[in-house]
Design a protein around this ligand. Structure first.
Ligand SMILES: O=c1[nH]c(=O)c2[nH]c(=O)[nH]c2[nH]1
Length: 281
């Protein structure tokens, strides 16, 4: 058929869900953003507007809130419950992808919490195809900064190169990391929180401990450390913007600058991305 539909999916993006646990006077708080995406036999709606098989995105959103009624658990387990439901309960749907970002609040009292606008997110993506679920977890916007132990030199120079070599700079980034789990754990609940904490801890330790000769080298060190810390992880994908900090020239004012005053850069920024695998490709 000419003008045939290629791969397609549909769902609700940005479902903002807050759940309070009131089992005791010390309340719990969860704050999630959920995205659903369903695919399957959706030719009729695309070719003729026949919506018989279409589960509305509004219903998908309502399902997320209804499923939260009796508890959420780790975001990975919640995403899988939803993905399985959308496929198992909807005849036309053969695959579902559910992505969740969790916004962390810090407790300041029994029923009081604080969090900064923006801030680090814990993330997951579950894809269920009617047979098995694939789960990835990670972090987004995890800000990291080393004030020293970072160099960048020995790089290729051509007629357009102006960057000076440096043997001491600030290394700063906002980490997006995603790691795939190789197998589905039997005990979904506890496993995902433990694995997340181990992976995040490994990420932080690798960033702090690595004497960096490039952000690329740091990327590999971070991926390697996560793979060593969590045997169930098969590969780690990292996206590391280089949040440049320029040593500010104070000589114009007759002052030296022994690595203490920096101008934080904005745009453009270097973007270092890569996948670290357990086995050589
Ligand atoms: O760690 C770095 N990697 C680069 O590829 C690069 N390029 C650049 O200008 N600064 C840096 N820093």
């Amino acid at each position: 058929m000419p003008y045939a539909m290629g791969p397609n999916n549909y769902g609700k993006s940005g479902i903002r869900l807050v759940r309070v646990a009131r089992d005791t006077a010390r309340h719990g708080l969860r704050d999630l953003t959920v995205h659903t995406a369903l695919s399957g036999d959706l030719d009729a709606t695309h070719y003729t507007g026949d919506n018989t098989g279409v589960l509305p995105t509004d219903t998908q959103k309502n399902t997320v809130y209804a499923f939260a009624r009796d508890g959420i658990g780790p975001i990975e387990a919640f995403a899988e419950r939803l993905a399985r439901h959308f496929v198992d309960a909807t005849p036309a749907i053969t695959a579902a992808r559910v992505q969740i970002e969790e916004h962390a609040w810090t407790r300041i009292g029994d029923h009081s919490f604080t969090r900064g606008e923006g801030g680090e997110l814990r993330t997951t993506e579950v894809v269920y195809d009617g047979t098995s679920a694939r789960t990835a977890s990670g972090v987004r916007d995890l800000l990291l900064l080393n004030t020293t132990d970072s160099e960048f030199n020995g790089f290729l120079a051509d007629e357009y190169t102006t960057l000076p070599e440096t043997d001491d700079r600030i290394l700063a980034t906002a980490v997006t990391a995603t790691w795939d789990y190789r197998a589905e754990p039997d005990d979904g609940g506890a496993f995902y929180d433990q694995a997340f904490n181990a992976a995040r801890g490994a990420l932080l330790a690798a960033f702090a401990d690595t004497y960096s000769l490039s952000l690329q080298q740091t990327l590999h060190a971070v991926g390697e450390r996560i793979l060593k810390a969590v045997p169930e992880v098969g590969e780690v994908r990292l996206s590391l913007p280089n949040r440049h900090h320029y040593r500010f020239d104070l000589e114009r004012f007759g002052l030296d600058n022994p690595g203490v005053v920096f101008q934080a850069g904005d745009l453009p920024y270097g973007l270092i991305e890569g996948t670290v695998r357990r086995e050589a490709a």
